[in-house]
Ligand binder design. Structure first.
Ligand SMILES: Nc1ncnc2c1ncn2[C@@H]1O[C@H](COP(=O)(O)OP(=O)(O)O)[C@@H](O)[C@H]1O
Ligand SMILES: [Mg+2]
Length: 439
């Protein structure tokens, strides 16, 4: 921990905001009802309108203020890195002691559903953000009612559930893969006949890195997949399998006053459903690039996003774009921005939630981000010990990021390397010849 920053006057009285009656009067912010699984959106949607009437006095939030982060993983850690540089202070809530973000911020060690701990986070923060989307609905509503959460809980409510998310994407005028909600094996059979196989059965909530998904290629696979999926105990969605040429993602930032900026699309390569590479600039036409950015802007506007929204897309050979899913937070495919962009996604998120003018998202250099999983850590550390003649020959500069996780497990995200390069082919050539990503 660094020494507290001493400013003459903190803009908001960095410690302890008072919950006035005005503030707490968030429509529908009945924490108990939502905790009991109410399907009603909480709050009024996006910080742009949430806590109406009081946010004006809170903006903009200036350095010296404390930002509270729900979740203490690598995304929180990198937010704290970017924000500390600007002069903000950070406190995080995470159940794991010495969490990645806890190493760069103060940490409250408690479960995500611990309301007293969440209140303590609110008491110590001027503004609250989250670094993962599966925030307990009751806690999100309570925080929104009792503190300043410019992102609002409505955006979380939408993106926590694939069906709600798909409807929101369609409302923004963008395409999703044809889909159907399936509540029984018969419904699954009917949907499979209508949409055609192959198709992907997905849990509506809680999935990540391909977990909670079953690719169905033949009729005979429906029943066993259903039996397994049903055990997840959540609603299920069947999606048509999209034969895409590429996957890309666009990260957009929006601030409460409405300014929106998008980062250049990243071309994403997955291995075992886990992101392996993000290649920037993506190898797509200018037309697809413009359309992808336009869709991200439309989604950010329609959803009243405050902060970041990552938009994952499939690109077909003819340039057709389908939106796959959204994430209302910094995204793995945006880590390249730390060294390769004029403004990183993390700084942009902080600027957005604090309602400061957004930074230029322009690219400074071609880059390939490659993820470091548990099995890559030892070879990476070995590589770090000696100069790399091949990197020099190719003109690439690999920038190492490790997240400080105590336990290194197979396929666990432990860090990433941003390979800065004269062109993406040089970066890809360096990664291909390196011994780090062979396993
Ligand atoms: N409808 C689909 N058609 C083709 N591939 C898909 C489809 N849905 C998912 N996938 C593949 O599975 C990966 C993970 O799916 P996604 O819905 O993004 O879930 P997660 O939450 O695990 O990231 C996608 O990045 C894509 O490669
Ligand atoms: Mg995904």
């Amino acid at each position: 921990m660094t020494e507290p920053i001493k400013l003459e006057s903190l803009p908001l009285g960095a410690q302890g905001m008072v919950c006035t009656d005005d503030w707490c009067a968030v429509p529908g912010a009945d924490a108990d009802a939502s905790a009991a699984g109410s399907d009603t959106a909480i709050g009024t949607g996006g910080g742009a309108t949430a806590n109406k009437g009081d946010t004006e006095q809170l903006r903009p939030i200036l350095p010296g203020a404390t930002i509270g982060i729900l979740g203490g993983g690598q995304l929180g850690r990198m937010l704290a890195h970017a924000g500390s540089r600007l002069g903000f202070r950070f406190v995080t809530l995470d159940p794991t002691p010495d969490a990645p973000c806890g190493q760069t911020a103060e940490q409250i060690v408690a479960g995500y559903d611990d309301r007293e701990a969440a209140r303590e986070l609110a008491r110590r923060s001027d503004v609250i953000t989250y670094e993962f989307e599966n925030v307990d609905a009751g806690v999100a509503a309570m925080l929104e009612a009792e503190s300043y959460v410019p992102q609002g809980s409505a955006l979380l409510h939408t993106t926590q559930h694939r069906l709600r998310e798909k409807r929101a994407i369609e409302a923004a005028g963008a395409k999703v893969a044809p889909y159907a909600e399936v509540a029984s094996l018969e419904a699954l059979r009917g949907a499979a006949a209508r949409l055609g196989l192959p198709a992907v059965l997905k849990t509506a909530t809680g999935g990540y890195d391909g977990k909670g998904q079953w690719v169905l290629r033949a009729e005979a696979e429906l029943e066993p997949a259903w039996a397994e999926a049903e055990r997840a105990g959540t609603e299920l969605v069947l999606e048509k399998f999209i034969s895409f040429e590429k996957e890309i993602s666009v990260i957009a930032a929006r601030r409460p006053s409405g300014e929106i900026r998008t980062f250049p699309p990243a071309e994403n390569v997955h291995v075992n459903n886990i992101l392996h590479l993000s290649i920037v600039p993506a190898r797509i036409s200018d037309e697809v690039r413009r359309e992808a950015e336009r869709m991200a802007v439309s989604i950010a506007e329609t959803l009243g996003v405050v902060g970041l929204i990552a938009v994952e897309m499939f690109v077909q050979e003819d340039g057709t774009l389908y939106i796959n899913e959204l994430a209302p937070r910094p995204h793995n495919s945006g880590h390249y921005t730390i060294e390769a962009s004029r403004t990183s996604q993390f700084e942009q998120h902080i600027r957005a939630i604090c309602d400061l003018p957004l930074g230029d998202p322009g690219l400074l250099t071609p880059v390939v981000m490659v993820n470091v999983l548990g099995q890559h850590v030892q070879p990476l550390l070995e590589w770090m010990k000696t100069p790399d003649a091949e990197a020099e020959r190719l003109g690439v500069e690999p920038k190492v990021h490790l997240y400080g996780k105590a336990e290194s497990k197979h396929n666990r995200k432990m860090g990433h390397v941003n390979v800065l390069a004269p062109n993406v082919d040089a970066a890809l050539a360096w990664i291909a010849q390196s011994n780090i990503w062979r396993v």
